[in-house]
Design a protein around this ligand. Sequence first.
Ligand SMILES: [Zn+2]
Ligand SMILES: [Zn+2]
Length: 77
Amino acid sequence: MALQICPKCKKLAFTWFIDEEQTPLTQWGCECGYYALEDESKMRDCPDCHVKKAYSYMIDDENKYWWCYRCGKIEKI
Ligand SMILES: [Zn+2]
Ligand SMILES: [Zn+2]
């Protein structure tokens, strides 16, 4: 699976996995220790780069935010 730019440390080390026993949401993790969940049912088109279904609804310990895995746009909710 492809690595993405981590929203926290900005390194190309962010990757996802699914463990349905833990949560139905997609889990994202980075080597820096950052961890977030993604609600794939809320995916939409990125308002900046316009890539379809690239804008993801992310949930971490402190925030909920929109994040584009293609251009890196972040929008706090
Ligand atoms: Zn990171
Ligand atoms: Zn984008």
